[in-house]
Design a protein. Structure first.
Length: 179
């Protein structure tokens, strides 16, 4: 099964992110919005796992120790670069807390044979850009979008199964681990 480890966002945060999605510039662009109910922060993408690997990940997550904390929405960003925009996202703060959780998960899973992430950025994807007719105009429009710094508690992480369908991915919780 195709899996990833994530932090799920509260409904009020997803609703705010949906408002931001509505503000994205639509002229001279073609993009695929992430359904608001599917917006999350991916801590680690694992890819295809067999049952043994899923059980290994579940046991690893159950054994992790870290404290819950308060987070907030931060700034809008893009991947991979302003000259080649493929993803628009919103970052989360405090960045150091998200990095701490990611790095702990990454190093513990590396001990179990999983590949360590080369690069990781804490973000919630809003849209995948398919085509841009005016990159500079798009970037200027993005810079004008104000992010409301909504605060929310981070108190669990989730191992999720992702099934790809014609209508987009369908996510199912495999295990939720409280912090």
């Amino acid at each position: 099964m195709r899996c990833f480890i994530s932090i799920e966002l509260p409904e009020d945060v997803k609703n705010e992110l949906a408002k931001i999605q509505a503000e994205l510039p639509k002229e001279n662009t073609k993009f695929l919005l992430v359904k608001p109910e599917n917006i999350h922060l991916t801590l680690k993408f694992l890819g295809e796992l067999d049952d043994s690997e899923v059980n290994n990940v579940k046991e690893t997550l159950k054994g992790l120790k870290f404290s819950k904390f308060t987070a907030r929405l931060n700034a809008i960003g893009i991947f991979p670069s302003p000259s080649f925009i493929r993803v628009v996202w919103v970052g989360l703060e405090p960045k150091s807390e998200f990095i701490k959780i990611h790095d702990l998960i990454d190093s513990e899973l590396e001990k179990k044979g999983f590949r360590k992430d080369k690069v990781w950025e804490n973000h919630a994807t809003l849209t995948r850009v398919k085509w841009l007719g005016d990159r500079e105009g798009f970037m200027k429009s993005l810079s004008g979008i104000k992010i409301k710094p909504i605060e929310f508690d981070i108190d669990n992480i989730t191992l999720r199964k992702s099934t790809l369908t014609k209508e987009g991915p369908v996510y199912e919780d495999v295990i939720k681990v409280n912090l």
